[in-house]
Unconditional design. Structure first.
Length: 369
């Protein structure tokens, strides 16, 4: 018997275990909110420059730019923001909550949570949210739209106040529900549209142990499979390959700023492709250590798993703890009460306990080009 459920799933196995699939992202959003219930008031907000900027920022934290990953599709922070808004609308029909979901990532910079790694916040990954309220209040076009809809900035600048929109791990929220669907589609092709539809149609708003509304499942077996799926994708995100890629890109960004190649404002005004173009141009005729680091990031296809670090002049190594993304959803039990999957299912207990206790090697290292 396996010591840990996830020990059989190394990086190569995870990325290759599912066949290539064709994904229609417009169809995916229609699952989240059927066309006959689409909130058309969102359209005028989606056209705002402050949201359109998110088209150029990927959901998957810069991993679209390295060969270490085999990402199967590009999903932007704007796609994610719209998805979160559609889920919230579907379950609440509340305009303010829906807009809070739409704008929750407005302050995200290029390469998403890499900015947290840049600032030493790999464990909570919340620093990106800091400027959200200020950006919403200073956006004149947004303020006009809010006024026309009778909504105040305070109602949308902090989506954490709405439990359906966001809550603490391991609870299920619209944000958490949304990002794991496209993450699975892109990272390893682990969701089919039919699986997403089956899962999503089983969800309703339940009342949790704190008396708060929370998304949960009607069917135990679907909740079990969702938990397994979610934790498998979370497993990818806590392997040393993912830690190294995000930390390495963060190091490149910091050193590029220190070297005058990039400015801090570039991270909020340029798209990821524009930032990459600036780096490519800067390193075209240079052979500095930073250039080596950058080209290693772009071209690496595997890393070494080690119990200790390797020589810094030849390797880039990482040894750190990161945010654990797992789920212990509510399930409506036969007596009508909502209980945690962990209480109801041995499978759920295994998926959750093994996820939380899994440990990769102490270090992940890659040889510099």
């Amino acid at each position: 018997m396996l010591k840990n459920y996830y020990s059989q799933y190394d990086w190569k196995t995870m990325l290759a275990q599912h066949p290539l699939r064709e994904y229609d992202l417009s169809q995916y959003h229609k699952i989240l909110c059927p066309p006959n219930d689409y909130p058309f008031f969102l359209d005028k907000y989606i056209k705002l420059d402050s949201l359109q900027r998110l088209k150029g920022i990927g959901l998957l934290c810069g991993t679209d730019w390295t060969k270490l990953y085999k990402n199967r599709l590009y999903y932007s922070r704007l796609d994610h923001s719209i998805g979160v808004a559609l889920i919230i609308w579907h379950f609440t029909h509340d305009k303010a909550q829906t807009l809070a979901g739409l704008f929750h990532d407005i302050s995200t910079s290029v390469f998403s949570h890499v900015s947290d790694f840049r600032k030493g916040d790999a464990l909570t990954q919340t620093l990106t949210e800091g400027p959200t309220a200020a950006m919403i209040r200073s956006d004149k076009e947004l303020q006009k739209l809010l006024q026309s809809d009778g909504i105040t900035s305070s109602e949308i600048e902090d989506y954490h106040i709405y439990p359906v929109a966001d809550n603490e791990i391991p609870q299920l929220s619209a944000d958490r529900l949304e990002y794991m669907f496209p993450s699975g589609m892109a990272l390893d092709g682990s969701w089919t549209m039919e699986e997403i539809r089956t899962c999503y149609n089983d969800i309703e708003v339940l009342t949790n142990e704190e008396g708060q509304p929370e998304l949960g499942f009607k069917t135990l077996e679907i909740a079990e499979e969702y938990c397994r799926h979610f934790c498998m994708i979370g497993h990818i995100l806590q392997l040393n390959e993912n830690k190294l890629a995000l930390n390495m890109l963060g190091t490149i960004m910091n050193q590029a700023v220190d070297s005058g190649i990039l400015t801090e404002s570039d991270f909020m005004t340029l798209s990821e492709s524009q930032v990459i173009s600036k780096l490519e141009e800067a390193f075209k005729s240079k052979h500095s250590k930073l250039a080596r680091l950058y080209f290693t990031f772009r071209n690496m296809t595997f890393i070494e798993h080690c119990d200790q670090g390797l020589p810094e002049d030849e390797y880039f190594c990482v040894n750190l703890k990161v945010k654990q993304r797992y789920i212990n959803p509510l399930v409506k039990s036969p007596d009508g009460k909502a209980r945690r999957l962990y209480e109801l299912s041995e499978k759920g207990q295994t998926y959750i306990d093994d996820f939380k206790t899994y440990e990769d090697t102490a270090y992940g290292c890659v040889r510099l080009i």
